[in-house]
Design a protein around this ligand. Structure first.
Ligand code: DGL
Length: 270
């Protein structure tokens, strides 16, 4: 083959929002995507478990021929990036740094809010990445949102209500921390699907951003793909999942905004 092969990993199908941006921005690449659906959610698990799961998926992608890896999962990027980098011989990019960089470029007040899973928030990876860029960040865990999206309740009154409660709490916490935020980072693969509802619920003057596009733009740079021309592969992406391929195809098409081609079942152990 004379096109780059980029492996994309997520705990499930949420990372397809990142794949979508990658397919758009890097037309000359082929992608191998694995969703570790059998072991999802990662967002409520410990660092050791998340690292063990993420490393096995990363190794699988490299064994299949991936020359570069994008860790589309915020939780795995926050807690296992070093472990993944240490276990594969290819360049690895996570979503936290590109997301924080986008926040820096967007924020005038230098105060940002981050919504993410419990594990991501506890790791404080976003706060650290924001701090490194001269930003103050307040992070909030929204553990109910992933299951709601998984259930397909994307435009649903219950989801709207849950988001409005989280937003009220978030704004109260930000005021208590004396922050004047103008940017809200969606720090979880599933949240871009709720972007419309988030934008309705957030205070005017706060811009909602996600790391998917920022990560795709950074991938071109990080993997030195600027000058690549080569053939455009006939099949853009190959899909693998560790649990029901049927569910993956059904829900995945919402995240990718198109039908998925064949999804192959993989057993990565327990
Ligand atoms: N992919 C995870 C993330 O971006 C969300 C789903 C999960 O908890 O596994 O944080």
């Amino acid at each position: 083959v004379n096109y780059p092969i980029i492996g994309v990993f997520d705990s499930g199908f949420g990372g397809l929002t990142v794949l979508r941006a990658l397919e758009e921005q890097i037309p000359q690449a082929q992608f191998l995507y694995i969703g570790d659906t059998a072991r999802l959610p990662y967002g409520s698990k410990s660092r050791t478990t998340i690292a063990r799961y993420a490393v096995s998926s990363a190794r699988f992608l490299v064994d299949q021929g991936a020359q570069f890896l994008v860790i589309a999962c915020n939780t795995a990027s926050a807690l296992a990036l070093d472990a993944i980098r240490a276990s594969v011989p290819v360049p690895v990019l996570g979503v936290i740094e590109p997301g924080a960089e986008r926040a820096r470029a967007n924020s005038a007040t230098k105060d940002v809010l981050v919504l993410a899973t419990s594990a991501t928030v506890e790791s404080q990876a976003y706060s650290q990445a924001c701090h490194d860029r001269g930003l103050r960040a307040h992070e909030k865990a929204c553990p109910l949102l992933v299951p709601l999206v998984e259930e397909g309740w994307i435009d649903h009154s219950v989801t709207r209500q849950v988001i409005s409660i989280y937003m009220e709490e978030l704004e109260r916490e930000a005021r208590a921390a004396d922050l004047c935020p103008d940017t809200l980072v969606l720090g979880c693969t599933h949240y871009p699907l709720l972007r419309g509802l988030m934008e309705q619920a957030v205070k005017p003057g706060i811009r909602v951003i996600d790391s998917a596009e920022a990560t795709a733009a950074e991938a071109i740079h990080c993997f030195a793909l600027e000058g690549e021309r080569g053939d455009i592969p006939a099949v853009r992406s190959h899909f693998y999942a560790t649990d029901s391929v049927e569910k993956f195809r059904r829900l995945g098409s919402q995240f990718l905004a198109r039908e998925l081609d064949e999804v192959r079942l993989v057993d990565l152990g327990g």
